[in-house]
Design a protein. Structure first.
Lengths: 630, 120
């Protein structure tokens, strides 16, 4: 900043060289949404990145280490996508505060990588003026060079660099083209143009006018319209074909994650069984062996079995998002969302809630209207998250045959889609009630940019899956492991005559039998009761719990099949009640915690928890009784 | 009051009749269909129609968002595809495609419209 004070606050875009001997440089990556900022960030940092939240606000913070060919390491901060630097939304506020060093928790960046979409340069250049005016060394990265070339767009990089007084690099983050220029800049070996004083404009039309002028100075010729995007949109947004494509995509995703992945899951299951037996034979019979095999291995293993499925779901969401179809889906869904008092922007958080409510609730920050946002947060946990999914799969597989309907859909797929629909219906019903009572608000304009269609890259999808596996395995290794060990302990006390008690007489059994009168009307016995208690930590824990309980209950047949054990203990009515209980109950510590943080207090999470629990109990009760007549 | 009502009725019922209007613009095409009362907002555009934005009749914050996406007074807007049922509709503006709901499109006033020249 010393360079800037030297020129007396002229708002100059000074191209300052890096301090030569700084240990680790901190560089911020910023750009408008859809400029390929994250692709570039992934390209530069690879697996050396982590995701966290900016403390105090709900904006996600990605940081990563970029290693340069010369061996230096640079820390990159991926800032949220913004259209301008005038702080109007939380995202823009965070970006502004980080760039100006106003956040104590984040180091002030020493340089900026400004990522712009080269196929829409004139508009994206609007962000260049305020960023360059910050006076930090900035590299302007014109991304999507391959698209620009393919669609016949051209520009004079040198002239643009001269006009802006900052270095400019034309790259394709997706193809890895031109990345060496970014490395050069980060290493401080890039030739820099003479700094220039730029106007600081706060008025959008003036800013756009300036950007247009700079673009034409640089001989920018905009590329022709993306032909394939237009062609695809003619089908995807066709009044008849559009909804059909939409339905086809949804069904195809569900069918593959519920049916086609089974062999892979069986393989994982087999690995855990074999290795469990191996541990059992390698160790002498003791308490430790029991804890390891019956508690930890069986419990954690029964959850890890679902990793392939959860990853497949994230793979599909990743493909839909990266290809650009997700925005079209939001467009098609908007009218329906509006009918329930929500807006199209709620669609993406709600769709992500099919994977996990926690990132979904975090992503509601894109909804500017506070009441719309609260409503979306409150209904997100109704969407069928990945943690419910293994529970559903287990119960459905135990009680329904894998028969084909209509030749291609199995009965199980239909049941699963039904459960997904149930969660969705309850979500929109709740939204409708909330939006017409306590959260009533004026409508905010729905504006959604349609990105051009692109091929998703293996690298970006791979990183996403890597990230998700980490999260899933961390949960299996922490929350679920802890609950399993606690459960194992509770199932092994009190000791009598130097022997552990029968599961029925243990602490866990006593607990289960204590709540049995409450859950009896739902058709659950005390074993399911223990499962339900533990599942309030995280839903999928019930599987680990049941696995452990049945394992201990039948010590002779260590491979006592969970499905047949469930069939033995649950009536079909009880099974339906259990499914409905899981569809409605808010059994997730992480979700409660994130709602508290996002809504800034205990009021909403407690109300939400009470409401969902009551609904779960009522729904299960009704289902158990109705099933008697079937 | 009475006059205003008659005018709005006309627009719905007699859309294709060339009703006398003071702000009528010169029609180069001579197409009778095109000589209707000039539409007032983006809502009146059909797919492929093109217009120049004149004014954004929205609260400052909302208008700012739209302007950052390219909906500036004087900008050329082409109506594109829509969700089933015609709402929301995608508009091509300033090199990108942006979907806007009907209620918002109504507030984006336009000067005039015309058919896009068909390119091979």
């Amino acid at each position: 900043m010393s360079d800037c004070s030297a020129c007396a606050g002229c708002g100059t875009a000074s191209a300052v060289a890096f301090p030569p001997d700084a240990a680790v440089k901190v560089v911020a990556v910023i750009g408008p949404p859809n400029s390929g900022k994250t692709t570039l960030f992934n390209r530069l940092t690879g697996l050396r990145q982590k995701v966290a939240n900016f403390p105090g606000v709900t904006v996600e913070q990605h940081t990563g280490i970029a290693e340069l060919p010369g061996g230096q390491a640079v820390e990159l901060i991926d800032l949220p996508g913004v259209y301008s630097l005038s702080p109007h939304s939380e995202d823009e506020q965070v970006a502004y505060d980080v760039l100006t060093g106003r956040r104590d928790d984040t180091p002030k960046p020493e340089a900026i990588l400004l990522v712009l979409d080269s196929t829409n340069l004139s508009r994206h250049l609007m962000l260049a003026a305020p960023i360059l005016a910050l006076g930090l060394p900035t590299l302007i990265i014109l991304n999507m060079a391959d698209d620009l070339r393919n669609r016949g767009g051209t520009l004079d990089i040198k002239a643009l660099s001269r006009e802006l007084g900052a270095p400019v690099a034309l790259v394709s983050a997706r193809q890895g083209e031109g990345i060496e220029q970014v490395h050069d800049f980060l290493a401080g070996t890039m030739a820099l143009p003479a700094p220039r004083s730029l106007p600081v404009l706060h008025d959008v039309p003036k800013c756009r006018e300036w950007a247009g002028r700079v673009g034409s100075q640089a001989d920018y010729r905009a590329p022709i319209a993306p032909k394939w995007t237009r062609r695809l949109d003619r089908v995807v947004l066709h009044p008849l074909a559009g909804p059909l494509v939409f339905a086809f995509v949804v069904i195809a995703v569900f069918q593959s994650i519920f049916s086609y992945i089974t062999p892979l899951m069986d393989a994982v299951k087999w690995v855990f069984e074999v290795s469990g037996n191996w541990i059992a034979t390698a160790l002498p019979p003791s308490l430790i062996r029991s804890l390891l095999v019956d508690g930890v291995w069986k419990g954690v293993g029964s959850v890890i079995v679902f990793l392939p499925q959860v990853l497949l779901l994230f793979l599909f969401i990743g493909i839909l998002e990266d290809s650009g179809y997700l925005a079209r889906a939001a467009l098609i869904a908007d009218r329906t969302m509006a009918r329930f008092g929500l807006q199209g922007k709620s669609f993406i958080p709600l769709l992500s809630a099919y994977a996990c409510a926690v990132p979904a609730i975090l992503s509601t920050r894109t909804i500017e209207n506070k009441r719309d946002r609260t409503a979306t947060i409150l209904i997100a946990p109704f969407m069928t998250c990945a943690a419910r999914f293994p529970v559903y799969t287990l119960i459905i597989a135990a009680f329904l045959p894998n028969r084909q309907l209509l030749g291609f859909l199995s009965v199980r797929t239909v049941a699963m889609i039904g459960l997904y629909a149930l969660g969705f219906l309850m979500a929109v019903l709740t939204a409708r009630v909330l939006k017409s009572s306590i959260l009533k608000s004026g409508r905010t304009p729905f504006v959604l940019e349609m990105p051009a269609y692109r091929w998703p890259t293996v690298q970006s999808l791979g990183l996403r899956l890597f990230d998700r596996s980490k999260v899933f395995l961390r949960r299996a290794g922490t929350v679920i492991l802890l609950v399993t060990v606690l459960l194992w302990t509770a199932a092994h006390v009190p000791y009598s005559h130097g022997r552990p008690p029968a599961i029925r007489d243990s602490l866990a059994g006593t607990l289960g039998r204590t709540i049995e009168p409450v859950i009896k009307p739902l058709g659950f016995d005390w074993k399911i009761g223990i499962g339900i208690i533990t599942s309030f930590a995280a839903r999928e824990t019930i599987i680990a719990t049941m696995g452990a309980i049945y394992g201990m209950d039948h010590p002779d047949s260590t491979s006592m099949d969970l499905q047949s054990a469930l069939r033995h203990d649950l009536t079909p009515g009880g099974a339906v009640a259990l499914l409905i209980f899981f569809a409605f109950a808010m059994q997730c510590v992480s979700t409660v915690a994130v709602v508290r943080r996002e809504t800034g207090g205990w009021k909403w999470p407690l109300a939400q928890f009470a409401y969902m629990s009551a609904l779960a109990y009522g729904g299960a009760f009704l289902a158990a009784h109705l099933m008697r007549f079937v | 009051m009475k006059k205003a009502r008659r005018k709005s009725d006309k627009r719905h019922l007699d859309k294709d009749f060339g009703v006398a209007h003071t702000e009528m613009e010169m029609q180069l095409s001579g197409n009778k269909r095109e000589s209707a009362i000039p539409p007032a907002s983006l809502v009146d555009l059909r797919r492929g129609d093109e217009a120049v934005l004149s004014e954004i009749d929205l609260p400052v914050e909302d208008a700012r968002r739209l302007m950052e996406l390219g909906f500036l007074p004087g900008a050329r807007v082409v109506a594109g595809q829509s969700a089933p049922g015609g709402d929301p509709r995608v508009f091509q503006v300033d090199g990108s495609e942006v979907a806007v709901r009907r209620e918002t499109a109504q507030r984006l006033k336009i000067h005039h419209k015309g058919r896009l020249p068909r390119k091979a």
